[in-house]
Design a protein around this ligand. Structure first.
Ligand SMILES: Cc1cc2nc3c(=O)[nH]c(=O)nc-3n(C[C@H](O)[C@H](O)[C@H](O)COP(=O)(O)OP(=O)(O)OC[C@H]3O[C@@H](n4cnc5c(N)ncnc54)[C@H](O)[C@@H]3O)c2cc1C
Length: 433
């Protein structure tokens, strides 16, 4: 086996190893086609204006339609596999629905994240669409999916409340059936809902029954009378439109229930596996962008009569960042491969704890790289414009990998509990065999 054509930046660690031409068992021509296409598309459409949109807190409305026309929304809403009948809304780079796999999903997010905070525009779609796809009725899917996949309407996921974040079992937003059974009346508040400001649909965890997990259901709530939204300013960037949502006597048709009453907690937990993997994809590219900028800076900035990279302490920083980032990348590829080769049911059973720990590691590595690259840039690492701007932005964004999608402490605990549960199951299987 020999090296293949290198792609992208030649700066060390700026790209995943397979981009440099080194062999990998995971990628084929279809993946390379997607990567090449996306690199050019993102550079043409996002990269140059990303900072400007961030400062304005919004993108031009036609940009979202452009993304839909380019075939971005279907893969974004899909994750590791695209249903055949979604292909009619377009798939970027002309990739067939049957070709699309978890590695296409990885490349999609790797390249989109390289385009800056613009990827935040799609967070609601990534986390809000899957419950509809996997658990929604045919009626709901045929009504809502065409609007969402074609970019006419937008969706977000509303689980967290002011008094219930990690503890999803304790949400208090209620959905009470009207006496004629035709509607739910929703009352409650949701907090930190990404993309909520511009969403037309709220995929919402509500309480339809008694206390605890079994009283929770999932309801798709169209923006309507009784819903108020206000923006929450967060450090990681304004394009994500993080939102406080109030539901006050909101009347929702009973057919907008997702799946069955009482299964909303299970739907929420199932959704988390891809969300955590997808956060890892973004953290990895953020690390590489920061390392790229820091390496270029270190090669030209002089201090004490030599460039920064000539100083052993600075090289030590790069060596340590590199081993962490490449190890995280390899683990991520392994998990993508495992997801690819297990049934959805098996994957949910054996990989929930693994994706939790993977996301924890992504947050820790991203925080490490952010700290080191800020130091390499000195004052420029704290400056929102100029050569350190992307490093400065990443140093704010890393907190967004640590808390959303499950907070670090909670996920470490989950990872260990899941591993112990699985080991007991394995021991039973060994005895039977
Ligand atoms: C930028 C951003 C975007 C978000 N987007 C969305 C969204 O789109 N939709 C949505 O529904 N939610 C969203 N969230 C909410 C997010 O999922 C929650 O913030 C997260 O689950 C943590 O909940 P909390 O903030 O209430 O923290 P808490 O649950 O109050 O926890 C605080 C801390 O207590 C500790 N802790 C709590 N419980 C345990 C435990 N069992 N074991 C160990 N330590 C523990 C941890 O250190 C934890 O970080 C978003 C949040 C942010 C900040």
């Amino acid at each position: 086996m020999s090296l293949t054509r290198p792609f992208g930046s030649t700066t060390p660690w700026a790209e995943p190893t397979w981009y440099t031409g080194r062999p990998s068992p995971y990628y084929n021509d279809s993946h390379r086609k997607l990567r090449d296409h996306l690199r050019a598309w993102v550079d043409d459409n996002f990269a140059s204006s990303s900072e400007e949109w961030e400062a304005a807190g919004a993108v031009p409305p036609e940009l979202y339609n452009k993304c839909a026309e380019a075939g971005l929304l279907v893969p974004i809403a899909s994750g590791k596999s695209i249903p055949a009948d979604w292909a009619r809304y377009g798939i970027i780079a002309g990739i067939g629905a049957e070709e699309w796999d978890g590695f296409h999903d990885f490349i999609l997010w790797d390249e989109l994240t390289r385009g800056g905070n613009i990827a935040n525009l799609f967070i609601g779609l990534v986390v809000g669409a899957p419950p509809l796809r996997y658990f929604g009725s045919d009626f709901l899917k045929s009504k809502i999916l065409p609007e969402v996949l074609s970019g006419q309407k937008r969706i977000c996921l509303a689980i967290t409340e002011p008094s219930a974040g990690s503890d999803v079992r304790n949400i208090t937003t209620t959905a009470e059936k009207t006496p004629d059974g035709k509607h739910y009346i929703v009352n409650g508040e949701k907090k930190w809902i990404t993309n909520g400001m511009f969403s037309d649909y709220f995929m919402t965890a509500v309480r339809t029954g008694g206390e605890g997990a079994t009283g929770i259901s999932m309801l798709l709530i169209p923006r309507s009378e009784g819903i108020r939204t206000r923006k929450i300013e967060i450090g990681a960037g304004s394009l994500s439109a993080t939102t406080y949502v109030v539901f006050e006597d909101v009347k929702v048709p009973a057919e907008y229930l997702i799946g069955e009453e009482g299964l909303g907690f299970m739907y929420t937990m199932t959704n988390f596996n891809h969300e955590r993997l997808w956060i890892t994809f973004q953290a990895l590219r953020g690390c590489r962008v920061s390392m790229l900028d820091a390496m270029e800076w270190a090669q030209k900035r002089e201090a004490f009569g030599q460039t920064l990279i000539q100083q052993p302490v600075v090289r030590w920083k790069f060596g340590n960042m590199a081993r962490k980032v490449d190890a995280l990348h390899a683990w991520t590829e392994q998990v993508v491969y495992e997801l690819e080769h297990l049934s959805d049911l098996e994957a949910a059973r054996v990989l929930g704890g693994v994706t939790a720990l993977l996301k924890v590691e992504a947050g820790i590595v991203a925080q490490y790289v952010a700290n080191e690259t800020v130091k390499i840039f000195g004052g420029l690492g704290l400056t929102k414009t100029g050569q350190g701007a992307r490093v400065e932005a990443f140093s704010r964004a890393v907190k967004g990998f640590i808390v959303p999608g499950g907070s670090e402490d909670v996920l470490i605990d989950l990872g260990v509990r899941e591993a112990i549960k699985l080991s007991k199951q394995q021991a039973k299987r060994q005895v039977k065999i």
